[in-house]
Design a protein around this ligand. Structure first.
Ligand code: KDO
Length: 341
């Protein structure tokens, strides 16, 4: 890993990836709150409208806009129509976007120690995740994110526990059984590392192209939490789920510091409350649905396999601990995460 990764390089590298529609809208939306008109805050997400972390933006919007004064308005842009997946944090840092959900993988590109949360089998379950990020570890990490990325995290969303989802059935007991499988991962090296650690051939592809990739066979498999498999209809073009549970995944609802620092304390408080309400809505619904989906997918005709999870855990943990990622994890952080109960 390049420890001397510069913030300037991150911003520069992300610029060509901006969706054209975002370029045309640049600078148009964010108005200073001192102006009479309400300030418009645009939220960008690659999520499909039926996914809970897309719907939660409506909860955020309604919560923020409900209380007088009507000084803040939210515009929701889904399906990566405003910014491409993964380019949102750099856009927010530049002041071209106001709100987004950011993954641990996006953050690890700029705050390398955050890669501890991209490692498989570190976070135990959703309750562990919330306790980590609501406590001292979260406060320390989010300060680093604000300092280096110019964004402020307002709440932590449970995205779900990532499982494998294959186009054709195959007996997958251990990582060795994934040899040669083209497993789609989002297109950054942090994601690809996770795919390789699982034993597959990790293949980068944007979320919006996964359905077609599975349908046409350019990829053999994808990994996502079950609620996302349902919302994006991946079960229509796959035959098997392998319940590896390899990553208890999260997203961070974040605001550009350019916006955040221009708000009054009262506006900041309303924004935090809206973000907490949105996270609660997402987390409650996602957990409830996740618990029902194995049965649902079985009814839809998918084969459900429970693999040798300890074998996956051992292989993935070893891959991370031997990697450059682990070298930049602050001393003792893994133990502190494990000790959170
Ligand atoms: C995905 O592309 O697999 C992923 O699940 C990665 C997440 O970090 C997040 O970007 C998510 O997609 C999107 O929000 C779409 O659900």
């Amino acid at each position: 890993m390049n420890a001397s990764f510069s913030r300037r390089a991150w911003l520069a590298r992300s610029l060509p990836a901006l969706a054209p529609v975002a370029l045309s809208g640049m600078g148009a939306a964010w108005l200073p709150t001192t102006a009479r008109a309400a300030a418009v805050l645009r939220a960008s997400s690659p999520a499909v409208p039926d996914d809970w972390h897309a719907r939660m933006w409506t909860v955020f919007k309604e919560s923020l806009e409900a209380a007088p004064p009507a000084d803040l308005q939210v515009q929701i842009h889904l399906n990566a129509t405003l910014f491409k997946q993964g380019t949102e944090p750099a856009a927010m840092a530049r002041g071209n976007l106001e709100l987004a959900t950011v993954s641990a993988f996006d953050i690890a590109k700029v705050v390398p120690e955050f890669s501890i949360f991209t490692a498989g089998y570190v976070v135990r379950d959703p309750a562990h995740q919330q306790k980590i990020f609501d406590g001292a570890i979260g406060a320390d990490m989010f300060q680093r994110v604000s300092d280096k990325m110019d964004i402020t995290v307002l709440s932590t969303l449970y995205l779900g526990t990532r499982q494998l989802n294959l186009r054709e059935t195959r007996n997958v007991r251990t990582p060795a059984d994934l040899k040669g499988i083209k497993l789609r991962m989002p297109g950054t090296k942090e994601w690809l590392f996770l795919g390789q650690a699982l034993g597959a051939t990790a293949t980068p592809l944007a979320f919006g192209e996964v359905y077609l990739g599975l349908k046409t066979g350019t990829i053999d498999a994808q990994d996502n939490p079950l609620p996302t498999v349902r919302a994006a209809k991946f079960h229509e073009v796959t035959k098997q789920l392998v319940l590896t549970g390899h990553l208890v995944d999260g997203l961070f609802l974040a605001v550009s510091n350019k916006v955040w620092k221009s708000l009054t304390p009262a506006q900041q408080q309303r924004m935090r409350q809206a973000a907490q309400a949105a996270a609660r809505y997402n987390n409650d619904n996602r957990l409830k649905e996740e618990a029902q989906l194995v049965d649902y997918f079985r009814q839809q005709g998918l084969q459900i396999q429970t693999p040798d999870v300890p074998a996956f855990r051992a292989a993935v943990q070893q891959a991370y601990l031997q990697s450059d990622y682990a070298r930049v994890w602050p001393a003792g952080l893994l133990d502190r995460i494990n000790a959170v109960r």
